[in-house]
Design a protein around this ligand. Structure first.
Ligand SMILES: [Zn+2]
Length: 362
């Protein structure tokens, strides 16, 4: 499925120029920052310490459970604050370093090759466009867009849909990557099978993951216990990743524009489309900003995905100013919990009502 956007206007030109100016005026590199390399060490160290303690030293069940949760949180951190920048080319100016940062995702079980297609191409280009953005696909289990069909079960989706968030990552690990490989598809899109280096990374990543997560621990613990702690860790990772991404787009404040015509066309230019479909949250929460790799500043991320996430708080000021000048809406929740409440409201409203347009605004 191909969707076209309207031509770029002065807004897009000025916003791009002003952000470029910010980096030049402050003499800052857009990526390749020492603080990112240190952050990488901290997060990988956190995962390694939790894993070693869990597999080799933990004897009590409650300590094991706490360490599995810690592993799950660290893996979500690897996803949001290391591989995400790497896969976008925003980690370093060197291609191999971006690739290596992206490989962290393969190492923790999910294919960075398919992620690049799903996320960089389909989600970032066609954000919140029903039928083209793979992040809206639920297989009928939930209704995340007013343009999706409403089923009876969706009436209570605000109560049950959270439960599926916990399965997101296990599904990637054990099912989705292999289905993509077999079917050569991601949702409605054709995706070629990985070849050469990409195939090597796909297979190598799955083998490394299986060795670290299942083979090594089963030398020291019964296999059912290994599976149980894998389940606990991966549920935490899945829940955190789903929630962070849902709070940026599946919100009552975000729009779900319809692509009309043949070829399908969105009436706004691409950057305005990103602002219409994306919401920031908790911008002043520095600890959250650190942990989620700036994904609480998804507006800035969607506008400038190749800029390293540590710059998002600073360039958000520029983005707000330009939006104000051109009267383009800039949507942000002050806190994490107000964003969670808003997402709950969207699930509830979409489950109970048919809408021509996005439901209640905050
Ligand atoms: Zn992204």
């Amino acid at each position: 499925m191909k969707v076209r956007f309207a031509r770029a206007t002065e807004f897009q030109k000025e916003l791009t120029a002003r952000v470029k100016e910010y980096f030049e005026a402050n003499g800052l590199p857009e990526r390749g920052l020492v603080r990112m390399y240190l952050k990488t060490l901290v997060i990988l160290g956190w995962f390694a310490a939790s894993y070693v303690a869990l597999v080799f030293f933990s004897t009590a069940w409650w300590a094991g459970l706490l360490l599995a949760v810690s592993c799950g949180l660290a893996v979500a951190g690897i996803g949001m604050a290391i591989q995400h920048d790497g896969c976008h080319g925003g980690y370093s100016n060197r291609r191999w370093m971006n690739y290596a940062a992206g490989f962290c995702m393969d190492g923790v079980g999910a294919s960075s090759y398919y992620w690049r297609w799903k996320h960089n191409v389909f989600h970032h280009t066609y954000t919140n466009v029903t039928g083209a953005d793979d992040d809206l696909e639920t297989g009928g289990l939930g209704r995340l867009s007013p343009l999706q069909r409403r089923r009876r079960i969706h009436r209570v989706q605000h109560l049950y849909y959270w439960f599926f968030y916990a399965f997101l990552v296990a599904k990637w690990h054990l099912l989705d990557d292999f289905l993509c490989l077999i079917k050569r598809r991601v949702g409605p899109h054709h995706v070629p099978r990985p070849r050469g280096r990409d195939l090597f990374v796909f297979v190598g990543g799955k083998l490394l993951f299986a060795t670290v997560v299942f083979v090594i621990p089963s030398f020291f613990h019964p296999f059912w216990l290994v599976l149980l702690f894998y389940g606990a860790a991966v549920a935490v990772t899945g829940f955190v990743l789903s929630l962070v991404f849902q709070l940026a787009h599946c919100m009552p404040e975000a729009e779900f524009p319809e692509a009309i015509g043949d070829p399908a066309q969105i009436k706004e230019e691409w950057m305005v489309h990103q602002l219409n479909t994306t919401v920031d949250f908790a911008p002043r929460n520095w600890l959250l900003t650190w942990y989620v790799g700036g994904l609480n500043y998804q507006i800035e991320h969607h506008l400038f995905p190749k800029v390293c996430h540590v710059h998002y708080p600073a360039i958000s000021k520029v983005v707000r100013e330009v939006c104000e000048k051109f009267e383009v809406p800039y949507r942000a929740h002050r806190t994490f919990f107000s964003a969670v409440r808003s997402h709950f409201r969207l699930l509830r409203d979409l489950g109970k009502n048919d809408f021509d347009q996005a439901p209640t605004q905050a």
